[in-house]
Design a protein around this ligand. Sequence first.
Ligand code: AMP
Ligand code: ZN
Length: 112
Amino acid sequence: MSDCIFCLIARKEIPAQILLETEEVLAFKDINPVAPRHILLIPKKHISSVMDPQLPTSPQLTAELFSALQQLMADAKDGFRVVINRGEHAGESVPHLHLHLLSGRELAWPPG
Ligand code: AMP
Ligand code: ZN
């Protein structure tokens, strides 16, 4: 059992503003939003990063992640961005897979 911060949120051991929960995934508001709507979407079990070898062999989890993403962003009519930071150059700070779902303002491209 991992004690990383997102595992603690998934186990409801620390509070978060939860927006959606299924058997395998959880979505909650980012504590330090960089867009008017900034959601984090995570697997409930500890998957260390997008490079974790469990991911490609977890069809239920990947289906639930994309299903949750579609539900959460269905009303983002003006568009949205999905970000996964990986490693030092990308500024990854929490070692538990998380998708950032950003919307509510124009998002610059290319990103900084
Ligand atoms: P990353 O830099 O891609 O690893 O993203 C980690 C994200 O987690 C950042 O956007 C943080 O603001 C967010 N974060 C860290 N701790 C919490 C928390 N307790 N509740 C909600 N979001 C958090
Ligand atoms: Zn974790």
